[in-house]
Structures are given as C-alpha cells and as structure tokens.
Design a protein around this ligand. Structure first.
Ligand code: SF4
Ligand code: SF4
Length: 443
C-alpha cells in the first residue's frame, strides 16, 4: 500500500484549462535554436558547422563524457549559425541554429524492432543513449547513465506519473494519448533490471488516466502495477515518491539506487519505447502552455529548439500583459526574460502569469519565526536557519544544516508568511559551497 512522505503543501492545481484539451501540433518553426547543453552532465560539442545541410534526427552534437547525451536536429534544413544564443537558464549557450526547409528529410531509415527479447541491458542503454533520451519530467539527467548506474542494484522501478506541480498537464495528456507507448516503455525498464513487475504511480487528481492505463493492460498481465497516490506537492520528487511507494528513505547525499530504486518519468518511458521499437530519437517535446495571461492554454507537441515566443503565438498570444514568464511550474520553474530562448529537452511547461498569480507584493520581507517552513520541508531541513546563515555568509553552518539536500521544491517559500526568497537563498548557498569545495580541492 502506498505510504506518505514528510511535509509538503497543497497549492492550487490550476490544471483544468490545458488538461481537457488534446495535444496539438503547430506548424514547425522557421528557425530552431538547439543548445549544446540541455541535460545534466557534460555539454556536447557541435558536429556541424555553418552552411551544412542537416537531416531530421541527425546527430548534431555529442560528448565522450559518461554523463551526457547526443543532440539531434529537430528539423531538416541548413545550419545558419553555431554560436552562443539565449538559453532558458538565463545565460547564453553555444547553439546550432537551423533554418527549417519544412521537408523533414529523415537522417536514414529508422532501426525498427518488433522483438527486443534478445537485447541485453547494456545494448538497450546504448540505444537509449543514441536516441538522446534524458529525464523528460524536467530533471534532464541522461537516461542511459541512470540505467547503467542502477544495474545490479535496482529491485524496484517506479514510473513517475505524479505530475504534482501546478499548471503542468503534459504528462497527464501523454498518459491519455500515448498510453500504449508508456506501458511498452515500462516493460522495457522491467526487462533491463530483470524484475517481475514495475509500478506506475499516479496522483489521484488524474483518476481518468489511471482508469485508462488499467484498461489498456490485459487482465492476465501482472508485470505492471498501477497505483493511485494522494495528491500532494512534491509527490513527484524522486526521493518523496520512493518513500511514498516503498517506504524506503534515500539517505542524505544518496541516490535512489542506494535503496534499490530507479524512477523514470512517464514521458521518458514513452520516449524509451519509441527509441527501442521505432528507432526514433528525441526531437520533439510536449509542452504545457498556460497561465492566466495566455489566450488559450493547451499542450503543444513542438520541435526541440522552438523559441518560446512561437509557443505563445500558437496559443493565440497573450490576453493581457504577463507579469512573469516561467519555464516549468510555478514552484520550481525558471523566470524567463527573453522569449527567443528555446524549448529544450527538459521543458515541460511555459507559463505566462498575471498579477494575481504572482502573489501579493510586500514592502518588507522578514522572518517571524513561525516554523511553518520546517513543517512543510519534505527533506526535513531547517529552512528558517538555513536562510539566516546564508544571509550572514556562514557557509560552515549552512553545510552543517545539509543545505545540499535541499531539492529546491519551493514548499518553504510557498508557505512562508514573511514572503522570504528562501529557495533563491538556498540555490545561492549551494553554489557558494560548491565553489568553496572546489577551491579547497585545488589547494
Ligand atoms: S515560514 Fe518564513 S517566516 Fe515562518 S519561520 Fe520559516 S522563514 Fe520564518
Ligand atoms: S526548497 Fe529546500 S528547504 Fe525549502 S522545502 Fe524544499 S527541500 Fe526544504
């Protein structure tokens, strides 16, 4: 039976506007801007230059590093630039810019398979690497590297259908519209780890997705277990999901494989199915476009590298001037200041938020020592004290409080009556600590 994780909050879901509409595929863009850094790990080096013709699905960037994933052209056309361009992270990142010829000329015949029973776990991981698949729930950790790091350790695979963050419905629509691919991907993970069954975990605010997937499963098929979880944020965070589903706790600084678990997003599972059976690399993403300032919220299937401005245009533009644009959900997303930044592999949502969605403005931000942040923190940290030490620049105390275990879920900031910028403070603190450690190591 599913259990419960510590802490958490219940923010307004705001999912209904985009949830009820089918995924739409707009016309592909004139230009795609494909950054060479779209995943956790080493940046890719470009394999093409200005003036080259590239085919759809051709590898245009790669790296020899073990934690990385190749990058493919999402349209066919001509490379018009290889240069630093705006990136959703806020910095400028080396990117391959392709002028679309709208022919979608393929990069060769796909490697189609009807039977994967003879494939070894390593060879499946190789296929997944070749397809450029990374965690599509937003984490963007290369999937082949996660698979390899868990071989021989993992006895439990959880397919993560929690999608707990407000507004985001791309995974939900994927479960309804690509359920067979998702189940096929789940079976591939089961095969990789040699398990009797895998678990698909979905929050109970997506009851129709649970029913739909159960209907797709033959009654005699015990290889996939579908479970319903109580809706609570951040249920979909790896460590919290593991605790809920298995009762196991990933130790501080540890990884899911340390407690025998591997967690893969539902969209990642579907992408793995397409790569292994259909030979299709990752060139498209389903992105929720939502927020009160958007004329017509919807989920769009778009080419990786599509500028954010095109996504808003495809939804009828803005019905009012947004106060804030965010890539990702409102709890963990990144504020965007340049709409020429493109959809990357980890983009699952882009929000245009109005004044009322951004919360009240406060003139003075102060801690009133209410302790609510401590109750809400799913990692059992002390946000109130971490904030105080980060503000003082006391990195030793910050480290003692395990700031590096902060998953940046935003629960503390959401609940804080003092409206403190807690998560921003912890991100800064972690960065300073990493710099300090790097300096000490270099001595
Ligand atoms: S919730 Fe905010 S005001 Fe309350 S103790 Fe935590 S930091 Fe202070
Ligand atoms: S952002 Fe970090 S400190 Fe705040 S609740 Fe989440 S894990 Fe805890």
């Amino acid at each position: 039976m599913p259990g419960k994780f510590f802490g958490g909050v219940h923010p307004a879901q705001n999912k209904s506007d985009s949830a009820k509409k089918e995924i739409r595929t707009p016309r592909s863009p004139e230009i795609v801007v494909i950054p060479m850094s779209m995943h956790v790990g080493a940046q890719c080096r470009p394999l093409v230059g200005k003036g080259d013709y590239v085919a759809l699905g051709q590898i245009i960037g790669d790296s020899d590093a073990p934690v990385s994933a190749p990058i493919h052209a999402s349209v066919s056309g001509t490379v018009v630039a290889v240069e630093a361009r705006p990136h959703p992270s806020g910095s400028r990142v080396l990117s391959v810019v392709i002028a679309n010829d709208f022919k979608d000329t393929p990069a060769g015949d796909p490697d189609v398979r009807t039977d994967v029973s003879d494939l070894s776990p390593e060879s499946i991981a190789d296929i997944i690497r070749s397809a450029g698949i990374v965690g599509l729930g937003g984490a963007a950790f290369p999937t082949h590297a996660k698979i390899r790091s868990g071989l021989g350790k993992v006895d439990t695979v959880i397919i993560n259908g929690a999608e707990c963050e407000p507004y985001i419905t791309s995974g939900y629509r994927g479960m309804l519209e690509n359920g067979d691919e998702l189940l096929g991907g789940a079976r591939i993970f089961r095969k990789i780890y040699g398990l009797e069954s895998v678990t698909i975990a979905i929050e109970d605010n997506k009851a129709d997705a649970i029913r739909h997937l159960k209907r797709l499963l033959p009654s005699s098929d015990n290889s996939i277990r579908i479970i319903s979880l109580k809706t609570r944020y951040p249920q979909g965070a790896e460590k919290q999901l593991i605790q809920t589903v298995t009762g196991r706790q990933v130790p501080p600084g540890g990884l899911p494989a340390d407690v025998g678990c591997a967690v893969f997003n539902t969209d990642t599972a579907a992408a793995v199915y397409r790569a292994v059976y259909n030979g299709v690399p990752l060139t498209q993403k389903v992105v929720t476009v939502a927020g009160s300032a958007v004329a017509s919220p919807v989920n769009l299937r778009v080419r990786i590298g599509t500028p954010f401005s095109e996504l808003f245009s495809a939804c009828g533009g803005f019905k009012e001037t947004p106060r804030k644009i965010v890539m990702g959900g409102p709890m963990t997303g990144l504020a965007q200041h340049d709409l020429s930044a493109p959809v990357i592999k980890g983009t699952n949502c882009i929000l245009a938020l109005s004044d009322h969605e951004c919360g009240r403005a406060v003139s003075e931000r102060a801690c009133i020592r209410c302790g609510r942040c401590i109750e809400a923190c799913p990692m059992r940290l002390m946000p109130m004290l971490m904030y105080a030490y980060e503000q003082k620049g006391d990195l030793d105390e910050l480290e003692k409080l395990n700031v590096t275990d902060c998953i940046e879920c935003g629960c503390c900031g959401y609940i804080c009556p003092g409206r403190l910028h807690l998560v921003q403070s912890f991100k800064t603190g972690k960065k300073k600590l990493a710099e300090k450690r790097a300096k000490e190591a270099a001595r």
